[in-house]
Design a protein around this ligand. Structure first.
Ligand SMILES: *[C@@H]1O[C@H](CO)[C@@H](O)[C@H](O)[C@H]1NC(C)=O
Ligand SMILES: *[C@@H]1O[C@H](CO)[C@@H](O)[C@H](O)[C@H]1NC(C)=O
Ligand SMILES: *[C@@H]1O[C@H](CO)[C@@H](O)[C@H](O)[C@H]1NC(C)=O
Ligand SMILES: *[C@@H]1O[C@H](CO)[C@@H](O)[C@H](O)[C@H]1NC(C)=O
Length: 760
């Protein structure tokens, strides 16, 4: 039987239009709630929630432990759905209802995170999240959504086959940490905002979840074997950023087990790391992934019975069961002394304290977000932002000068399975968009004379469309091939088995190339495919990575192709050669070894087809140091003057002038990497330590990038997961391939700057 989540996967291809959940707000002004401690606005959230929860009978407590809470009618507590989604816009989910037409029938649909992350523009990420939370609140005010959204997905895109990599900000823990720090602020309305959260975000999936279904292994029963070093260095930093620094409202424990213990039963993760080390407070809660508690028994065979599964999850600190294992089994767990009433009270207190912080119990008149209406959904500014996010994320991988297309080019052959993409451009966890501009519609709108031929499907071996496609190319001034992969092959529950272009697309592209017309290949999809053939084929003049660009994706793409705007996105994943798949997906280690070439740009020791950070422009840039590193730094004094937490303290801030030496106005993403010989071997190839996106640098003008680097960024992780600053010679390098570099020394003894909790 499909789990609710699998069902969601199936249903996600159909927009949610039927009414699913009826919300109402509790009424603190009249009986039975008036006078109840939960309504006492002079008290803090946890005190208020505790006053309510203490009044619940054991039966009432247990009934409210699932994601679909029936509430407590006796006390005036309405039903509540804890599960809404908003990955890149308010999205179809059990807690969200799109009406068939009129108000609340759509919401702004931004690009998938994998493309938004490629903008390297975190002020933009915060703005996008702020629009999403505004629209979410408007939906909530009219009973069309909850206040808690199971977003974002911040697991590292560790392996290019992962079916859900499209939902993430990419392969790098540092880039993802910055993304989530900004995104959560946009969703929640700031860092731990007072008096009210805008909406509650949820960082998922905690932890080391990045395998769907590979070689007969299923995410529901997968046991990830992860070293403490890799856990601290790669799998957890983005969660630390989300929990400790951005102060997210909730965290989702994952389906998989980590080192033998299912995540939702894992006290090391949920207590020692999340609550004790990162300070996840009593007004914050942990939800299971949907059916993950059931899977403690039915997937992992970690317990023999469901009451035992409920007991171990409750003991570990999983507060909400997205599913029904808690409501159905906690009474038996209590009877068998596998859990206590006090634990269930604590879990519900955490949840309701969070709802207090969302203003759920307070008068609407005193709350700004309660005034939002349909007029605040799909605003012109929001539509413009969705377009801008797509423009900024789309990444130019190859160009021999064919792009931007010359003004003389009028007749376009637009070919391929993405050429008329509409819904495809949204990717998964999508809502109903107000409109979807396909590449075809955008090209026609831009005034091109377009001959559209699908040519082939994504995974097809049917060549019957080739002749028409080649004929269209022969008659055109230029050819745009739009293909790649989509979420019919990279999907929740499904990992790819190959990272080559699927079906006969490369065959069609080579026939198009043979026409000798200017040919631009647009590679869509979240995961990279091996572009070796088209990269080395001189008759393929340009390659663009289009990701899942959202509602205005076609327009963003066509505007880049015709030069109305200039590309400046950068890949957030490594494009590996096809042979990379000989590495088992289950090998969770990052460092290269006798059996692994290593993972991500930081450790991969082979040759990437396109590197993490790669991205071309329509102009040229020349960087120069305005303020580079000192010759040397004394480690002890750096640490002595550091603020806490030490890993976030500033090491130094570097400034670099970026001169646009060409004639096209363009953005530029400044990526600063560090490499060096300090600390244990092997040393990473390099590590991203700072980035910023400069906007609209005119030809022959310059702009200055300010790049603050933290102590955590120059530190390395030891085998126990502790951060150290090690003496040695280090080099800062701008961009990839490097265009500017400078070396410095760290001197003195190594100093430890963090103590990672050990799993005893
Ligand atoms: C729990 O114990 C009570 C009291 O013995 C009993 O009435 C009830 O049926 C038990 N419930 C479950 C689910 O075991
Ligand atoms: C739709 O929302 C607008 C505000 O944007 C409001 O003026 C109008 O009354 C709403 N229509 C309906 C049918 O509720
Ligand atoms: C393009 O897609 C749209 C939306 O799916 C469809 O209505 C239209 O017929 C398609 N155009 C062509 C030329 O196939
Ligand atoms: C990658 O590293 C491993 C382990 O050190 C080594 O065995 C292998 O030869 C290296 N490969 C390359 C291409 O350097």
């Amino acid at each position: 039987m499909p789990s609710p989540r699998q069902l969601l996967g199936l249903l996600s291809i159909i927009p949610y239009i039927s009414a699913q959940f009826t919300y109402s707000f509790p009424d603190c002004t009249s009986a039975p709630l008036s006078g109840n401690g939960i309504c006492d606005t002079t008290q803090d959230a946890v005190t208020r929630a505790r006053a309510l929860i203490e009044q619940l009978t054991t039966e009432e407590l247990i009934a409210n432990t699932g994601n679909t809470s029936p509430g407590v009618p006796r006390l005036g507590i309405p039903p509540y759905q804890w599960w809404s989604e908003a990955l890149h816009g308010v999205a179809g989910s059990p807690g969200v209802t799109f009406t068939p037409s009129g108000n609340f029938s759509s919401a702004t649909s931004f690009p998938q995170p994998i493309l938004m992350s490629a903008t390297f523009d975190d002020p933009l990420i915060k703005q996008v999240a702020s629009v999403i939370s505004t629209e979410a609140r408007a939906f909530n005010n009219f009973g069309k959504a909850g206040l808690d959204f199971f977003t974002p997905n911040i697991n590292g895109f560790r392996d290019p086959r992962w079916g859900r990599g499209q939902e993430t900000p990419g392969e790098d823990a540092y880039r993802t940490s910055q993304y989530v720090f900004n995104l959560v602020q946009g969703l929640q309305g700031g860092i731990d905002p007072k008096p009210y959260f805008k909406v509650g975000a949820d960082c998922k999936h905690f932890a080391a979840y990045d395998l769907e279904n590979w070689n007969g292994l299923n995410r529901m029963s997968y046991n990830a074997i992860v070293s403490t070093q890799d856990l601290a260095e790669y799998y957890l930093p983005q969660f630390q950023s989300c929990v400790r620094d951005a102060k997210v409202a909730s965290v989702m424990c994952s389906y998989n087990a980590v080192n033998g213990v299912p995540s939702c039963a894992n006290g090391y993760l949920l207590q020692s790391i999340l609550r004790d080390y990162w300070g996840f407070g009593e007004d914050r809660w942990v939800t299971s992934d949907c059916d993950a508690i059931d899977n403690i028994m039915n997937g992992h065979s970690f317990t023999a019975t469901l009451p035992e599964a409920a007991g171990v999850a409750m003991n570990a600190g999983t507060d909400v069961d997205c599913g029904s294992t808690y409501p159905n089994n906690l009474q038996a767990a209590l009877n068998q002394s596998l859990a206590t009433v006090a634990q269930i009270q604590q879990a519900l207190t955490r949840q309701y304290a969070s709802l207090v912080r969302l203003g759920y119990f307070d008068p609407a008149e005193i709350q700004p977000y309660r005034q939002l209406t349909d007029a605040d959904v799909n605003t012109p500014q929001a539509q413009q932002l969705a377009y801008q996010a797509a423009v900024e994320g789309i990444t130019l991988l190859k160009n021999d000068g064919t792009l931007p297309l010359k003004k003389s080019i009028q007749k376009l052959a637009l070919i391929g399975p993405w050429a008329n993409a509409t819904n495809q451009m949204q990717g998964n966890y999508q809502g109903t968009a107000p409109f979807l501009i396909s590449p075809l519609a955008a090209a026609v709108d831009a005034g091109f004379d377009v001959n559209f031929q699908e040519g082939t499907g994504i995974s097809s071996d049917d060549t019957s469309g080739f002749a028409a496609a080649v004929a269209a190319a022969q008659e055109a001034d230029a050819v745009i091939y739009a293909g790649g992969i989509d979420d019919s092959i990279e999907a929740e529950g499904n990992d790819r088995t190959l990272i080559t272009w699927p079906g006969n697309q490369l065959n069609l592209i080579s026939q198009l190339a043979a026409t000798n017309k200017p040919l631009v290949v647009v590679q869509f999809g979240g995961g990279q495919v091996d572009d070796t053939d088209i990269k080395s084929n001189n008759q393929v003049n340009a390659i663009i990575w289009g990701g899942y660009p959202g509602q205005s994706g076609g327009k963003a793409l066509v505007d880049i192709i015709r030069g109305a705007v200039a590309p400046a996105g950068r890949l957030t994943t490594t494009q590996y050669p096809a042979s990379y798949i000989s590495l088992p997906m289950t090998d969770m280690s990052l460092r290269p070894s006798a059996t692994s070439p290593g993972r991500t740009y930081k450790w991969y020791n082979g040759t990437a087809i396109y590197e993490f950070g790669h991205g071309l422009h329509y102009t040229t840039f020349k960087p120069s140091w305005r303020s580079g590193p000192s010759k040397s730094y004394d480690i002890a004094s750096l640490v002595k003057k550091a603020s806490t937490p030490t890993d976030l303290a500033t090491f130094d801030t570097f400034t670099i002038d970026i001169q646009n030496t060409g004639h096209v106005t363009s953005d530029y993403v400044a990526l600063l990497f560090i490499s060096g010989n300090g600390g244990p071997t092997p040393h990473p190839n390099k590590q991203l330590v700072a980035f910023t996106r400069l906007h609209n640098i005119n030809g022959q003008k310059k702009s200055t990038a300010s790049l603050p680097v933290t102590l955590g960024s120059i530190a390395r992780t030891d085998e126990n997961g502790n951060l150290w600053i090690y003496p040695g010679t280090y080099t800062l390098t701008l961009d990839t391939p490097g265009t500017l570099s400078a070396s410095f020394k760290l001197e003195g003894n190594a100093v430890q700057i963090s103590s990672f909790p050990q799993n005893s």
